[in-house]
Design a protein around this ligand. Structure first.
Ligand code: COA
Length: 248
């Protein structure tokens, strides 16, 4: 469900589950994790693009997986025993340029993963939403640190709490997206960004990325959010929200 391609030092990881709006399952997290670890270890890989098939980028974590995975979630001695956290760790510590190509809906982790990317291209129809609070959950993937850093506390809180959907133009103004293009130009825009960073001296790029972000501090936030997130998945509010979604 993740299609990996490689050309000229650029690896593209395409979420390929369009019928479910690329909602991420445990298998997809595991595939993304393996691909990121491999890309990090391979000297020939200079940049990675995260893209998606179909009309939408990603509808967040698969809600069926949430519901069915509750016993495993409760039993995990360490968050890192869970595929989603192994993915978030690989993302947090990924030390090469990461570029996203976003179309249509991006929801939940489909948005918070963008905060880990270094460059983001989006199509004009991109719509970004963070439904965590109304599901009775907390925002994850380090977004409680990364989002206010990027857009300020007030706007971050308003987005998280009021659940507004942010369009491509507004996301660009906020500094969440670098380029907005027509839908049929999205892949080319991401590829061009990737080609340009891939042509730079890789060590300088890697060192610069390291200075731009304190990965250890970020990882501590990802873990802290994750512990609370795991607790809240068992809350009556979250359970009711999942039941409502699944009974639709
Ligand atoms: N998990 C599992 N399945 C999902 C999903 C998710 N997060 N998001 C969408 N899907 C599935 C739907 O169940 C539907 O499947 P079906 O055709 O077999 O019934 C299909 O994808 C299309 O989604 P649908 O809801 O019909 O599309 P829409 O355009 O009306 O709405 C969304 C799109 C993204 C607004 C809506 O699907 C949604 O709210 N999804 C849940 C988002 C979410 O809360 N994610 C978790 C964040 S922690």
């Amino acid at each position: 469900m993740i299609v990996t391609t490689e050309a000229d030092g650029v690896v593209t990881l395409r979420m390929d589950r369009p019928a479910k709006k690329n909602a991420l399952t445990k298998t997809m997290y595991a595939e993304l994790t393996d691909a990121l670890i491999k890309a990090q270890a391979n000297d020939a890989t200079r940049a990675v693009i995260i893209a998606a098939s179909g009309d939408d980028f990603c509808a967040g974590n698969d809600i069926m997986d949430f519901a069915q995975g509750l016993p495993e979630l409760r039993a995990a001695a360490d968050l890192e025993d869970l595929p989603v956290f192994r993915f978030l760790k690989a993302l947090t510590f990924f030390d090469k340029p990461l570029i996203a190509a976003v179309q249509g809906q991006a929801v939940g982790v489909g948005v918070t993963l963008l905060l880990h990317c270094d460059l983001v291209a989006a199509s004009e129809d991109a719509r970004l939403s963070l439904p965590f609070l109304k599901l009775g959950l907390v925002p994850e993937a380090g977004s409680t640190l990364l989002l206010p850093q990027r857009i300020g506390h007030q706007r971050a809180f308003a987005w998280m709490a009021l659940g507004e959907v942010i369009g491509a133009a507004e996301a660009r103004e906020l500094g969440l997206i670098n380029r907005v293009v027509a839908r049929d130009a999205l892949d080319a825009a991401a590829a061009e960004m990737a080609r340009r960073v891939a042509a730079l001296p890789p060590n300088a790029v890697r060192q610069t990325k390291g200075f731009l972000r304190d990965r250890e501090a970020l990882w501590q936030v990802v873990r802290a959010e994750g512990e609370v997130f795991r607790e809240l998945l068992f809350s009556p509010e979250a359970q009711a929200a999942f039941m409502a979604f699944m009974s639709k």
